[in-house]
Design a protein around this ligand. Sequence first.
Ligand code: AMP
Length: 598
Amino acid sequence: MTEYALGIDLGTTNSCVAIVENGKPMIIANKSGYLTTPSIVAIAESGKRLIGQLAKRQAITNATNTVYSTKRLIGRSIGDPEVQECMNTLPFEIVEGPHEDVRVKMKDKLYSLPEISAMILSELHQVAEDYIGEPINQAIITVPAYFNDAQRQATIDAGKIAGLDVMRIINEPTAAAIAYGTQTKKRQTIAVFDLGGGTFDISILAIDDGVFNVLSTTGDTFLGGEDFDNRIIEHLVLLFAREHNIDLREDPMAMQRLKIAAEKAKCDLSQLPSVEINLPFIQTSSDGTALHLNAILTRDEFENLVIDLVKRTLKICQVALMDANVTQNDIDEVVLVGGMTRMPLVQMAVSEFFHTNPAKNINPDEVVAIGAAIQADELLHQGMQHILLDVTPLDLGIAVHGGNFFVITPKNTTIPCSNSTVFTTSFDNQTSLKIVVLQGEHTVANDNQVLAEFTFSGIRPAPAGEVDVEITFDVDADGIVNVTARDLETQKEHVVSISRSSNLTQEEIDRMFKENADYLASEKLGEEARNVAAHLKNDVQALRTLVQTHSLPDSISSYVLTLIKKATSAMESPDDPQMLKVLSNDIENAIHLIEESA
Ligand code: AMP
């Protein structure tokens, strides 16, 4: 039996699943027949979960119970400025969780961000299993290269809640480079420019006959298509306020309509010089008159609204080139990834900046999942034709005296890696050392993300500077960090696995896994019951016709009528497929009996 592993691009706006079948990577279409699935989750009035296109379609009428862009929130703390910004712009409720983490509210229930991602993963998992027709448990999930440890951990938690065995987390630009690199044998230095719905990543890679060596990676986890949409929304809100003196931001349903219209206008402007935005009946004035929003947006106007965002991406590209020790002229090819790279201004800016036209024949929406599937298939079958040398996206180190950040593993170090530094006691008779593990790029310790805090105790009392403690940072192939403190005199060790920095406890993950699995099982049962009920409906109809057209002995006629009554009532709320199957069987037997006795 062929084994399969999934490659999943879990995007801010859209997600996508791929597998390798008969040696060829392919995207699997979702239940609606599309190759990408909107990363949108909703809870309908009935309590049913809606994912993807189904959730998107009802987003306007169910704005407060429809969540999206949650990748911008995953792995963050409630106090992060980015989270505060989302609280102001997103129409659903964002609240603080039990561990200063972020939760979202739908239908009075709070959900952690990994739970929301797990719902999307479960949907993709299911379409892949339905396509292959057998269980698939393993997957590679991609993340923005610039995701920190907490964001990576939270993505792994999402995989666990969805019941997936996450073989590896790989960076989106690296996955794109794998997909691109398998098409070429040439030795090349490439730039992967990835501007998606919520994040921007740029990676510089040297690829040479199956070896993918990431030279540098950097980005901004809060720069993407959503920001472009928000500029159009702000523009329209302002126009409307000027004309009617009404602030549309106070109306979630109007904001949801604006969001959809803004994104559509943005995408259309990639093809057209201008677009018309019409949102009839968006508000009612104080005297009860219906108010409409009608506006024309030209491509030039739109480009003016967002030019600073495009320039921000180029500044980040400059940093990536410097970190990789190369210049624009060393770049042989630019691979564009992410839906936003369809925007003409982005393409033009990138071509000008890198002095080269971007690679053709690459679908920016699918290339990441394809690369992940290629890598997953190789890991599964141990046939590593490609060697991946990825890097750490951010500096890793500890807080030292004076509130400074001491870097132990600098950003862009090839992973897996292990780096050590020896520290000595800083005052006489110091018996313990407080270690604050940080990740970030700021020289001031407090400005970086705290990954863990622990106290290393049991140090021999001695004059300052006499006892040495070695601190080692190990980063695995997923970019996940482990820290060890070792007393070099006694060899005593304290290992801290920074495995719970996603802010969910193991109990919470187990509970969320069970809830998700129970929900999926009951959905499956419900679907099976509905299918059997549809079949049963035809049988009941056939039996009714037979009863009407045949003169049957009273005993049989009464049995058949009771059977029809039972089946009709069971079909009213079809939730037990077993019972429906028994009834279906009885009806089919009755039909045969009547037909044979005729
Ligand atoms: P991704 O995260 O790669 O799925 O990218 C999604 C982002 O790309 C969203 O913000 C989309 O609105 C945007 N996008 C998709 N198609 C286009 C297009 N033709 N022109 C401009 N932006 C687009």
